[in-house]
Ligand binder design. Structure first.
Ligand code: HEM
Ligand code: HEM
Length: 134
């Protein structure tokens, strides 16, 4: 999960560069948009898959190895919320990839918000996870 979190932070950083460029703010130099997008996507897909695998693994381990009831800990509920937000961000992200320019703006806003919230909630889940360590 630590690796998954590091990856999603980097994905968010690359997503925010895309946002700065879309809004015409300085800070992305003259890097081509396609290059920024490719960099975001290359990492985003494995990162989201890793988070979701970790979510299922955490759940399986809690129930089968530790004998906790499913979602019996606050950490589990934060994890569920984070996983849902990541799935939402990925869903809108995929639609963004194929969106016409007219719809891209609204989709990008929603995608970016879901992605940002996902990373924030996952960070809270990480804090709440430390007390569960054996
Ligand atoms: C860890 C998960 C992710 C985070 C935190 C994240 C974050 C972001 C952010 C902040 C932006 C900028 C949005 C804006 O311009 O306002 C962005 C753009 C974008 N993301 Fe993601 N993203 C994630 C995963 C994905 C995935 C899985 C896909 C595709 C399958 C994707 C596809 C895109 C695309 C196509 C854009 C370009 C938006 C545009 O045209 O301006 N993202 N992302
Ligand atoms: C550094 C970060 C994290 C740490 C230290 C951590 C630690 C733990 C620990 C110790 C458990 C109990 C299972 C066991 O000991 O076998 C657990 C369960 C779990 N974790 Fe994490 N975790 C982290 C991040 C995350 C994240 C980001 C998510 C979600 C995306 C997540 C989702 C879950 C879920 C769903 C469970 C099952 C808990 C339940 O059913 O109540 N974890 N985690």
């Amino acid at each position: 999960m630590v690796l998954a979190l590091l990856l999603v932070f980097e994905v968010l950083r690359r997503g925010l560069r895309l946002r700065r460029q879309r809004q015409g703010l300085p800070g992305t130099g003259d890097v081509a948009r396609s290059q920024l997008l490719a960099a975001h996507l290359r990492l985003a897909k494995p990162a989201v898959i890793l988070v979701l695998v970790g979510f299922v693994g955490g759940m399986a381990s809690a129930v089968w190895l530790r004998g906790f009831g499913p979602l019996s800990k606050f950490h589990g509920w934060l994890g569920l919320l984070a996983a849902g937000l990541f799935a939402t961000a990925a869903f809108w992200g995929r639609r963004l990839e194929h969106a016409r320019p007219a719809e891209a703006k609204a989709l990008a806003g929603r995608h970016g918000l879901a992605g940002l919230l996902a990373v924030l909630v996952a960070s809270l889940a990480a804090i709440a996870g430390f007390v569960l360590l054996p």
